[in-house]
Structures are given as structure tokens and as C-alpha cells.
Design a protein around this ligand. Structure first.
Ligand code: NAP
Length: 276
């Protein structure tokens, strides 16, 4: 049985992906921010498939929590999965309306949407390489039209919440691109999924009243999370691994001209300096 780790598996897109992977016969390790969201998520899984999923709680915005969970999961993989991880899906994400930082002092959207997945990927590389696994990031079409704000990556001097969110999704693109360069010849492939506009509560969690109201109206146009979940399941199961970086509805999609090898290298190096 193949194993996948999914972050943000307790609601929205991540929960739908967890269900799709279970239905495809995978063993799923899902991460949520709180024990209570994990318990509630488990109740939403088909009782007949629950024995194949395990939820773990931890605040991935804090690097010590990323490290704690990764160590726990590595132990589980060693004991139960021959030290192999077939897929890692870095999906947990947040939206913020004002400047707030993680324990390490990093802007929260940057810390969760980019650095958490970056660190988790680094920690699981031996297991992923052993399985010739796949690394998926949940990106967004909103990564287009902007470059990394290199002089002030976390918008400390002038906070622009939406720009910070979009930039975190550009970081996902650049990270996947650089991973594919660095992991050439290992059998591991990295991808970014564009889920489209999806009906979830992401804009209603820890955001200001106006952002929450706008999201409540906007998400009504969104598709059900089951739709993008198909693309994750497809990318994890195709053999041979599909060529390409950015996928929407199981098809390659064009991406921003700011997704360059030079920026990817630069971000990777900077990010390495920001993790514990
Ligand atoms: N919805 C859209 O239209 C859309 C479009 C493009 C991209 N995306 C991306 O899709 C991804 C999933 O978002 P969603 O729309 O499905 O929203 P969601 O339903 O709010 O899901 C977010 C998930 O991330 C987890 N999470 C949040 N903060 C966390 C933390 N500090 N530590 C650990 N886990 C945390 C949540 O866990 P808890 O429930 O336990 O807090 C939840 O499982 C995000 O990366 C988002 O940027 C969404």
C-alpha cells in the first residue's frame, strides 16, 4: 500500500484529497492544526476506510512543530512503510488581513504557505527518494503578475496582505521548480496544483470582517473541493510521472514568467537560511 502525507487534511481541499487518496487505496497521514479539527475530520471519512488514515495535529506555522511532526512521521514510516514515502502534499495554507508573525518572527502567510512545506519536504527527502515519490504543492492562479519582493520578502515595512498571499503561492512554484532541478536522477518529481476557485472557508479563518465578507460572497462561485482533488490523485498515480510543473484539471497549465531558474535558486538558498 502506498503512503501519502497531506498537510491541511482536515478541511477543504486537503480533506477532499485525503478522501480521494483513500478511495484509490492509499495509506494517508493527514495533518491538521488542532486535535479537535483532526477528530472532526476523521468523522467525515467513510467508516470503511478509516483504518487507512491517521490524523496528526500540529501548528505548522511554527518550525519546531513541523520538526516534531516530521520526526514522528519518519518513525512511523520506518516502522510500517519500510522507510518509504510515496507522496507528500504540501497543502496547508492561510490568508491573513494584517501583519502577524510566527514564533520565529516570520510573516504568517510566508511561514505556513511557503516555509512549512519547504522544511517538511527537506525532512522527508530520504523517504521520498527511497520511494521515487512525488511532491505536490497547492498553488494558485494568483501567483501570476508579481515577482518576489526581494528587498522585503515578508512585507515587514509595508504590509500588503493579498500581495503576501500571492507571493507565497509564487514561492510554491519556485520551490517545486528548484526541487526538480536538484532531484534530477532520483526519481522524485515535484508539481504544483492550481485548484481553481474552491468553496472552502480559508478566507473566513482569522481574517478581518471585510476580507471574510468578500470571501463569503466569492466562494459561492467556487467549485466543490472534490473537483481539484482529482488532479492530486491523478498526479500521484500516473506512471510514468507526468512531465510538467503546474497542473489544473489534470492538465498542464501555463505559469508566470516570474517563475525562473534564477529566482528559484535564489529563493531556495534564502529559505534554507530561514529554517531551523
Ligand atoms: N479555496 C480556494 O479557492 C483556493 C484557491 C487556490 C489555492 N488554495 C490553497 O488551498 C490550500 C488549502 O486551502 P483550502 O481552501 O482548502 O482552505 P481550508 O479549508 O481553510 O484548509 C486549510 C487547511 O490548512 C490547515 N491549516 C491552517 N493553518 C494551519 C496551521 N497553522 N498548522 C497546520 N495546519 C493548518 C487547516 O487545518 P485546521 O482545519 O486544522 O485548522 C486546514 O486543514 C491552501 O494552501 C490555499 O492557499 C485555495
Amino acid at each position: 500500500m502506498k503512503t501519502v502525507v497531506i498537510t491541511g487534511a482536515t478541511s477543504g481541499i486537503g480533506l477532499a484529497v485525503a478522501r480521494a487518496m483513500l478511495a484509490a487505496g492509499w495509506h494517508v497521514i493527514g495533518i491538521g492544526s488542532q486535535p479537535v479539527s483532526c477528530t472532526m475530520a476523521l468523522e467525515k471519512i467513510d467508516p470503511g476506510l478509516r483504518q487507512n488514515i491517521r490524523f496528526l495535529a500540529g501548528d505548522l506555522m511554527q518550525q519546531r512543530e513541523v520538526i516534531r511532526l516530521a520526526k514522528l512521521i519518519c518513525l512511523h514510516l520506518d516502522e510500517n512503510c519500510d522507510g518509504r514515502l510515496d507522496a507528500l502534499i504540501n497543502n496547508a495554507g492561510c490568508v491573513r488581513s494584517w501583519y502577524a508573525t510566527s514564533e520565529e518572527g516570520y510573516e504568517q502567510q510566508f511561514a505556513l504557505n511557503h516555509l512549512a512545506g519547504f522544511l517538511l519536504t527537506k525532512m522527508f527527502l530520504p523517504q521520498l527518494i527511497k520511494a521515487h515519490g512525488r511532491i505536490l504543492f497547492t498553488g494558485s492562479g494568483s501567483h501570476r503578475g508579481l515577482d518576489i519582493n526581494w528587498p522585503d520578502m515578508m512585507f515587514k515595512n509595508h504590509y500588503r496582505p493579498l500581495r503576501a498571499y500571492k507571493q507565497s503561492k509564487l514561492c510554491n512554484m519556485l520551490t517545486a521548480l528548484e526541487l526538480n532541478h536538484r532531484l534530477t536522477g532520483t526519481g522524485v518529481r515535484a508539481y504544483v496544483v492550481d485548484p481553481g476557485l474552491v468553496r472552502t472557508d480559508i478566507g473566513n479563518k482569522k481574517t478581518g470582517g471585510l476580507v471574510s465578507l468578500v470571501w463569503t460572497l466569492r466562494k459561492r462561485q467556487g467549485q466543490h473541493p472534490d473537483k481539484p482533488a482529482q488532479t492530486y490523485a491523478w498526479l500521484c498515480s500516473q506512471n510514468p510521472a507526468p512531465d510538467g510543473l503546474y497542473f489544473y484539471n489534470c492538465q498542464k497549465r501555463a505559469y508566470s514568467r516570474y517563475v525562473t531558474d534564477e529566482s528559484a535558486r535564489r529563493l531556495f538558498k534564502l529559505s534554507e537560511g530561514l529554517i531551523l
